[in-house]
Design a protein around this ligand. Structure first.
Ligand SMILES: Nc1ncnc2c1ncn2[C@@H]1O[C@H](COP(=O)(O)OP(=O)(O)OP(=O)(O)O)[C@@H](O)[C@H]1O
Length: 461
């Protein structure tokens, strides 16, 4: 297998917005004050105000020395036993986004946390949650909203690892036993709820519980939720009707916030946050982790299975995810089986690798989805065939290879799929993202390269 010369990309220069370090919080050493952008003149005053709440981290490798530990950053805010548990599982030094976001979060400011996949946004907002919640208060004080059950379970497990003793955590997730949760909520409200929107709104609409004691509201994968036509109106209700931004601290998190200046403006205008919301934007000019190597193979549709097999045999990945697009209506009508299932069957019979072949897709019932995830978390190595349900937030740090069996629909989808690998913040290990495309799709991939500023190398098989 030969690697063709790299396709050279014109790298777009990102000119960052003007940024002011908030007065209330100490300026971390690596915060860069960026000159006022001429573009800010085009906007009306409230947007200009919004633009002045950005904190932008310097390029990797440039951040100043004298790094504080997580304990030093959180001292006096986060309970000691939580910090000890965090250290116990290896969270000693903060990642870049944690260094930048924690001083803002712990100063009480609303915050948009905008940083690469796998950069540690979850721990940043969870440490805020643990700083705000009082175990002895009988009320829901923190709410974390996530797009999928899988991400919700993952966040809940991390919370339980960090805080086993005092706080109660309820997972109100699609596919859960809502009747049981109802009785629990009526009897003794948990301190923290992690929820998907549909299940949460079912409870809020019926007034099973209220958010009037809410201290912290976190919306994870915020761009995904705002983009979802099914969820956006409920999300807006959570932000404005069920609770008020003036009484709570609001945090949004994602690796992708398209039109982020506009989003910060909307946060203020729509009262989703307070006016002094801070946009913490880490690695603004590098949306994708630099440890990723991007490749592509051009072939006809008919040859895709054989090409994937050949790649798997030559890469011999210990743990990999193969992303497959959703089955089209046309293909369903033609009576074809789901392409995910067909691919799993093909790999089970043809692939001679040591890993188990597993499947994760929307159409599976929740128990099978949970079984697939726990099987691959416990196993030695895995080959997971998945739809985009596995592309947001799911943390499988052992994944070294991503294969796009079908090209993602958008650059943002590419970013999140690719970001399922390269998830060890302090590791130098290189990870691979390979797209199997037809000749016509080369232009689409080139567009993603330009938008996300990465280079893709062609692999000739
Ligand atoms: N301070 C730290 N030290 C070491 N590892 C860390 C630290 N913080 C987070 N991690 C690890 O980094 C990985 C990625 O963290 P996390 O899932 O929070 O990323 P994320 O920024 O939310 O990514 P995504 O945008 O894909 O959801 C996890 O495996 C987590 O355990």
């Amino acid at each position: 297998m030969a690697v063709a010369p790299a396709v050279t990309n014109l790298r777009l220069l990102h000119i960052s917005s003007s940024a002011v370090v908030p007065k209330q919080c100490p300026a971390p050493s690596s915060v860069q004050l960026v000159g006022r952008s001429s573009s800010s003149r085009r906007f009306k005053p409230p947007l200009r105000a919004a633009l002045q709440t950005s904190v932008v981290l310097r390029e990797e490798g440039e951040s100043g020395g004298g790094a504080a530990t997580l304990r030093e950053l959180c001292r006096g805010h986060v309970p000691d036993h939580v910090l000890s548990r965090a250290e116990g599982i290896g969270y000693v030094m903060p990642t870049d986004v944690q260094s930048q976001a924690l001083p803002v979060l712990l100063s009480g400011r609303d915050c948009v946390i905008h940083a690469q996949t796998g950069s540690g946004k979850t721990l940043a907002y969870l440490l805020l949650v643990f700083s705000a919640v009082k175990a002895q208060r009988s009320a829901v004080q923190a709410l974390i909203v996530v797009p999928t059950r899988e991400l919700g379970m993952q966040v809940r497990i991390l919370m339980i690892i960090l805080e086993k003793s005092s706080c109660t955590v309820m997972a109100l997730l699609d596919g859960g036993m809502l009747r049981r949760h109802k009785s629990w909520l009526k009897a003794e409200p948990p301190s923290i709820v992690v929820a998907t929107i549909a299940s949460l709104c079912q409870m809020l609409d019926k007034q099973i519980f209220k958010l009037d004691a809410l201290e912290v509201l976190v919306i994870d994968e915020v761009d995904f939720l705002f983009n979802s036509s099914k969820q956006v109106s409920s999300l807006k209700k959570i932000l404005t009707s069920y609770s008020s931004s003036s009484k709570r601290q609001t945090v949004f998190a994602s690796a992708s916030i398209p039109q982020h200046k506009r989003f910060v403006y909307d946060c203020i205008q729509q009262k989703w946050t307070k006016r002094d919301v801070v946009h913490v934007h880490v690695n603004a000019i590098k949306p994708l982790p630099s440890c990723l190597q991007h490749k592509f193979v051009v072939c006809t549709k008919k040859l895709k299975h054989a090409v994937l097999l050949s790649l798997l045999h030559s890469d011999a990945p210990k743990s990999a995810i193969v992303f497959v697009g959703e089955q089209s209506e046309k293909s369903k009508k033609a009576g074809n089986g789901p392409s995910t299932v067909l691919l799993v069957d093909f790999l089970k019979t043809s692939y001679r690798g040591s890993s188990d072949v597993l499947l994760l897709e929307e159409d599976m019932n929740f128990n099978s989805r949970a079984a697939s995830l726990s099987e691959l978390r416990e196993g030695e190595g895995y080959l997971l065939v998945a739809t985009d349900i596995a592309a947001r937030g799911v943390d499988l740090p052992e994944t070294t290879h991503i294969y796009n069996f079908d090209l993602p629909r958008t650059a943002v989808d590419y970013l999140h799929r690719a970001g399922r690998t390269g998830r060890k913040p302090f590791s130098d290990e290189k990870c691979n993202v390979t797209s199997i495309i037809t000749l016509e799709e080369r232009f689409v991939l080139q567009r993603y390269e330009n938008e996300l500023m990465f280079n893709c190398e062609e692999v000739i098989i």
